[in-house]
Write a protein that binds this ligand. Structure first.
Ligand SMILES: Nc1nc2c(ncn2[C@@H]2O[C@H](COP(=O)(O)OP(=O)(O)OP(=O)(O)O)[C@@H](O)[C@H]2O)c(=O)[nH]1
Ligand SMILES: [Mg+2]
Length: 652
């Protein structure tokens, strides 16, 4: 369990930690000289039952609020320190607010310096503090009077700590390792050390981790967990990790950075969140696109604040907001954050991160707000159902796993549990069944509309359909795959069609097919588009477009970039090649033998054979070519030849 201090400057936080642990956490010469804490201090207390409590001592000076927030970002429990002779002061209140906004739900108030005041003053202050705690939602926190100097009241505080440790439930393991770094230093002979409180997962000596957002790979050489050498560090412990990695420096690994498992190293500059402005400390209102300081973990960055539902957010109210940060940060769904005012540097509000990886696509604000509200539902199947319901075009499962830090198996289990409401959960994307049916109908209708407008086409290209449906490609691919699997759409040479569709032949299509029918002999030679267009008296462009359509339907084949041949003829030639190869003792057919067997001219024969090599029907060897697969398998004929005379379209 990690216990943090909080409270106004000089109220006796460091002295209290020293009285409990024997450790003076004010290590810096400047701290000694000025008699104040400047940086975070760390100490441990071994309880009789063997458990260790980690203490994080924070500075009380208002100028060090940024350090203070970093210090309390990973604590389980807090001691709010108030000097008996002064009572609550401005930083007492600001720290109380920080604690409340970060949802630190366990703690006590400690009245220090009781040796300086009367018994009556202690009683009055106790009553005053109880009232104050209640206003911050901390009415369960006891008030414990002590004198660190006289060592009075420390037994009671010690007893309370033991009870808190007994009640403490360590965070559940299972998620990936992540630790916000609160200190970086180098040790002579050992190299870099980063320290922090582990937010999730565990780490072992030898593990490979990433320093983020700089994305530096590192290896863990040694671990100190709660101040002791260990093979393992886990969620809820304070850890010091001795790490090695190329080019590591304090800019990448100092306070404010993270050390995480690679899968969590996902820096972001846009985050959607639920934000509440405090009723007293915040300015009267904050306008859309204001700049504020954002604190997540030990990170503090300047960020713009975009409001979803309103133009300005008033003191004491809450809203959905998007942070657009100046530099990349790390965060996950559910992380608590604080914001501070830029001019006054005071904590003015806080909340919960909802979506750290919002899509770049600008949704309608109202739609997006509904989606974010779904992300606020209780985690688990209920939340997945709510998200699916609010996302018309389905959700990216990779995104879902990333924002919740869950692995594929956990996500799959959730999908199965939510399956009643889940259609087409095809690997990468999931949809609500209602939306899925609507999208399916829209997709089939769009394909039909397209074919009605372009009766000569074999189908619509999948990316064109994505555009028509205004869907992201991965989502649309899942939808299309499902529609093909269930027979509602068919895929013909990369185009999507409906099962009953017979493409209409245009006049040019007819002319090209007619050309091959009327020139069976010379049609053994692949014909160039230029000479074909001259023969059938159409423009080259019209001939090329038509040839491409016919190639899609496998009626002709582009043997070379601009030369085509009737696919039936190509197949026949391939069968002839196969027969020749079967006849040859070594299975090899030379160019000459091929020409003799087929009667194709030299240039045409070379073109055809090179085409056969490209489509892996044949393989070239020194003396000729041998067959790699059966001609029947290599060259299929068009499945549905349209009736030639009845369906002529005059458009071309
Ligand atoms: N008489 C008396 N003085 C105390 C007691 N506890 C702390 N002090 C004195 O109060 C002064 C401030 O104590 P610190 O522990 O440094 O206060 P702090 O809250 O850590 O101060 P910052 O970290 O700078 O915010 C020091 O001179 C301490 O000796 C106490 O119980 N009784
Ligand atoms: Mg101090």
């Amino acid at each position: 369990m990690i216990v943090g201090t909080a409270g106004h400057i000089d109220h006796g936080k460091t002295a209290l930690v020293k009285a409990l642990t024997g450790v003076d956490t004010d290590r810096l010469p400047e701290e000694k000289r000025r008699g104040i804490s400047i940086d975070l201090g760390f100490a441990y207390l071994q309880l009789p039952n063997g458990t260790r409590i980690g203490f994080v001592d924070v500075p009380g000076h208002e100028r060090f609020i940024r350090t203070m927030v970093a210090g309390i970002s990973g604590i389980d429990c807090v001691m709010i320190v108030v000097a008996a002779n002064e009572g609550p002061r401005p930083q007492t209140l600001e720290h109380l607010l920080g604690i409340q906004l970060l949802h630190v739900s366990r703690g006590c108030a400690v009245i220090t310096k009781t040796d300086l005041v009367s018994e009556r003053r202690i009683n009055d202050l106790t009553t005053q503090l109880r009232e104050l705690l209640a206003t911050y939602g901390m009415s369960t926190f006891p008030v414990i009077p002590v004198s660190s100097h006289m060592r009075r009241g420390l037994d009671q505080l010690h007893k309370w700590l033991c009870l808190e440790v007994q009640a403490y439930i360590p965070p559940t393991p299972g998620r990936h390792f992540r630790m916000p770094i609160d200190r970086y230093f180098t040790l002579l002979g050992h190299g870099s050390v980063v320290t922090g409180t582990v937010w999730s997962g565990s780490v072992r000596v030898g593990d490979r981790l990433t320093i983020a957002p700089a994305l530096c790979p590192v290896r863990v050489r040694r671990i100190h967990a709660n101040g002791e050498v260990s093979e393992l560090g886990r969620a809820g412990q304070r850890c010091a990790l001795n790490i090695v990695g190329p080019g590591l420096a304090s800019e990448q690994a100092g306070r404010g950075n993270w050390v995480v498992e690679q899968s969590l190293a996902l820096p972001t500059t846009e985050l959607d969140a639920r934000l509440r402005l405090h009723g007293q400390s915040a300015p009267a209102c904050i306008a859309h696109w204001s700049s504020v300081h954002l604190h997540v973990g030990t990170t503090a960055v300047t960020t713009r604040l975009a409001l979803y539902e309103t133009e300005k957010l008033e003191r004491g109210s809450e809203a959905l907001a998007r942070f657009v940060t100046e530099t990349p940060i790390l965060a996950l769904n559910g992380d608590r954050f604080l914001i501070r005012d830029l001019p006054t540097r005071r904590i003015i509000g806080g909340g919960t991160i909802l979506d750290p990886f919002p899509s770049r696509k600008r949704d309608q604000k109202r739609e997006r707000a509904a989606f974010l509200q779904a992300l606020e539902t209780e985690p688990g199947p209920k939340r997945l159902s709510a998200i699916l319901l609010s996302a018309r075009n389905g959700i990216d499962l990779e995104w879902f796993r990333a924002i919740h830090d869950i692995d594929r198996d956990q996500a799959d289990a959730l999908i199965r549990e939510t399956c009643a409401a889940c259609g087409g959960a095809g690997g990468k994307w999931a949809f609500h069944s209602t939306h899925f049916e609507q999208l399916s109908c829209a997709a089939v209708n769009s394909v039909q509309d397209y074919l009605q407008e372009h009766p000569e086409q074999g189908g619509i290209l999948p990316n064109k359909l994505c555009g028509v449906l205004k869907m992201r490609e991965a989502a649309c691919t899942t939808l299309i795959d499902q529609l093909i699997a269930t027979g509602r759409l068919v895929a013909v040479t990369g185009h999507l069609s409906v099962p009953a569709h017979n493409p209409v032949l245009t006049r040019v299509d007819q002319a090209i097919l007619g050309y091959f029918r009327e020139h069976p002999g010379s049609a053994a030679e692949p014909v160039s588009i230029a000479s074909l267009s001259a023969s059938i008296r159409v423009s080259e462009q019209a001939a090329r477009q038509s040839a491409k359509r016919l190639a899609q339907r496998k009626e002709v084949i582009f043997v070379e970039r601009d030369r085509i041949l009737d696919s039936g003829r190509v197949r026949e030639i391939a069968l002839q090649f196969e027969r020749e190869a079967a006849r040859a003792s070594d299975g090899i057919v030379s160019l000459q033998a091929f020409r003799t067997a087929t009667g194709v001219g030299r240039n045409g024969a070379i073109m055809l054979l090179e085409y056969f090599d490209r489509v892996r029907f044949t393989r070239r060897v020194a003396t000729g070519r041998h067959v790699l697969k059966h001609a029947v398998a290599a060259f299929s004929v068009p499945s549905s030849l349209p009736p030639c005379s009845s369906a002529i379209d005059d458009s071309n």
